[in-house]
Design a protein around this ligand. Structure first.
Ligand code: PLP
Length: 378
């Protein structure tokens, strides 16, 4: 099997596979239990929290483990909106980009029922948010701005420090959240935590197991918990903590950041290799957005005249995995909201393939992908 759908989820890294049994055997106990086994888990959880915080340079008290990115995003967006209403703050406007992942997009829109107004900002054809447009949208009613770092369908990278700076210059009390799921562990970028109030990570996007994620939140912003229970994770996220998951997430994250530059170069080479190989074979394709300012981990292209569902199925018969849009959005069977809002022509949208790389892929696999694409369209 050849796997080029790493934006949907990644395989476990070999190091994580090696450690998964031992970590689950050693740290199965509930970290809230008073006994020695519980204390051992609590210490390991603290160590995992410290390791993650060290990677980014924020205080580990401001990191909360969750089950993944969707949960983290809902905790922050809804939790902050609830706080706004509880304190009768009066601000009720939330700005999001039109290309956010459904976790942000739908969480924000769910708040319309409670009186919040959602303002969408559309990126340009290059997937980049225009700073002047953002400045114009912010007003005295704005309480939260959610702009993603790397888009999961196109790979477009926004300079979120700069976007956050614009927001903070207008009003320092606006919460700036960046969905950083497709960038963490992949893009060498220093988030500026004087400007960015919340980032989101999901273990299964960087070679850790599924079912574990984390969020950072600037302690200046209070949120109301959306899940009530035993008050774990400093009341932010009730429910028994997945301690083995948190340990493995921290290990996978550290491994990614130790190799971030070489992995970046490797995936960039693979992306460029696929494009040059397709050209060599004479395959007629269009890159959905210009390559500048995109992640090397994601390649979005349309095969002229060929629907992506047909190509995906034919490649799958050959044991090659690629996708069209995000795995969550494929369940809806509609055109990609993200590509539509970037004004990609409708006839091209149906032909768009998303090929997403990992440093565990190699050129032989990329060559086979291109060869099979060419065979299918002949
Ligand atoms: N945000 C982005 C940009 C994503 O790509 C994904 C997953 O595809 C998510 C959020 C949701 O992540 P999770 O599967 O951990 O809930």
């Amino acid at each position: 099997m050849i796997y080029f759908d790493n934006a949907a989820t990644t395989p476990l890294s070999p190091t994580i596979i090696d450690q998964i049994k031992n970590v689950n055997e050693q740290f199965f106990a509930n970290n809230s239990s008073m006994h020695c086994a519980g204390k051992k888990s609590a210490e390991a959880l603290k160590d995992a929290r410290d390791k993650v915080a060290d990677v980014f340079g924020f205080n580990s008290n401001n990191l909360y483990f969750t089950s993944g990115a969707t949960e983290s995003i809902n905790i922050v967006i809804k939790g902050f909106a609830n706080q706004m209403q509880m304190t009768k703050d009066g601000r009720n406007q939330i700005i999001i980009s039109s290309v956010e992942h459904p976790a942000v997009y739908n969480a924000a829109y769910s708040l319309q029922r409670s009186g919040f107004e959602i303002i969408e900002i559309e990126p340009g054809k290059d997937g980049i948010i225009n700073k002047l447009e953002l400045t114009d949208l912010i007003n005295s009613k704005t309480c939260m701005v959610c702009l993603m770092h790397v888009n999961n369908e196109t790979g477009a990278i926004n300079d979120v420090n700069k976007l956050a700076e614009i927001v903070k210059c207008k009003n320092n009390n606006i919460l700036f959240l960046s969905d950083s799921v497709q960038s963490i562990g992949k893009i060498p970028y220093r988030f500026n935590f004087d400007l960015i109030d919340s980032i989101i990570m999901s273990g299964h996007k960087f070679y850790a197991p599924k079912g574990i994620g984390a969020l950072y939140l600037n302690p200046k912003f209070r949120i109301q918990p959306i899940v009530h229970g035993g008050g774990q994770e400093f009341t932010f996220r009730s429910g028994t903590v997945n301690v083995p998951g948190a340990i493995l997430l921290s290990k996978a994250l550290v491994e990614c950041y130790n190799n971030i530059n070489s992995n970046y170069r490797k995936t960039l080479e693979l992306k460029e290799f696929v494009l040059s190989e397709l050209s060599k074979l004479g395959v007629d394709y269009i890159e959905t957005i210009s390559r500048e300012n995109t992640s090397p981990y994601i390649l979005s292209l349309a095969l002229c005249g060929f629907r992506s569902d047909l190509i995906i199925n034919k490649l799958s018969e050959k044991g090659i995995c690629v996708s069209s849009k995000s795995a969550c959005s494929s369940l809806t069977h509609t055109k990609s909201r993200i590509l539509e809002s970037m004004n990609v022509p409708l006839d091209i949208i149906d032909n768009v393939l998303r090929i997403s790389f990992s440093p565990y892929n190699n050129k032989e696999e990329a060559k086979e992908l291109c060869y099979q694409i060419n065979t299918i369209i002949q």
